[in-house]
Design a protein around this ligand. Sequence first.
Ligand SMILES: C[S@@+](CC[C@H](N)C(=O)[O-])C[C@H]1O[C@@H](n2cnc3c(N)ncnc32)[C@H](O)[C@@H]1O
Length: 218
Amino acid sequence: MIKNLEINERLEKYISDHSYDLHPIQKEILIHNNSLGLSKRMQISVTQAYFFQLFIKLNKIENILEIGTFTGYSALSMGLVMPKNGNITCLDINKKTSESAKSFFKKANLDKKIKIILAPAIESLKKLKNDKKIFDMIFIDADKENYKNYYNLSLELLKNNGFILIDNVLWKGDVIDPNKNDKLTNIIREFNSFIKKDDRVEKTILPLGDGVTICRKI
Ligand SMILES: C[S@@+](CC[C@H](N)C(=O)[O-])C[C@H]1O[C@@H](n2cnc3c(N)ncnc32)[C@H](O)[C@@H]1O
């Protein structure tokens, strides 16, 4: 069997150094997040962001919903490659990190394209559904306890052939460790099994960052 690569921090940096240059505001967010200590781990990896950007361009995505924005690295990375008429709706519950995100969006001139709705995401998703909003792509990256709810509500907000991307589905590799039986690991395992059986979507898991599932709505 082919031995797969383990992407450690040095390799992640090598990939980053050999991809296109980061935008100055992406760099600023990375520096800001580094200064936050442990919560820096919330942000998607630089390699994930490169992949999301290419994915958005290839699929000509114009309209994105992000569930879980933190200080804005994923949303800003996606916003940078979207067309002029493109837009991102971000859902988050944290006022402080959302203020930082907003200031980064403004600095990058993306504040018209990227808006944050500050409320519990389930509430916002229900409101978006009432308002009959439809998205080309939805990125789920908030509290894991609600992943299944976010996923089910997202399917109702997604156009046919649209995509749902979900972060942290390999959970540091703990999903395959029989000694790990804490609440969150089991939630992720149960969620992955649920998606596997869901015939409303085609799906695959990519070993990028902490693991990303990509679903296409059939
Ligand atoms: C992993 S971070 C998102 C990281 C972001 N995508 C990035 O790459 O920088 C998760 C975010 O979900 C938000 N969150 C947690 N529970 C939430 C809820 N019930 N409703 C809305 N947002 C929530 C947190 O405030 C946090 O900013």
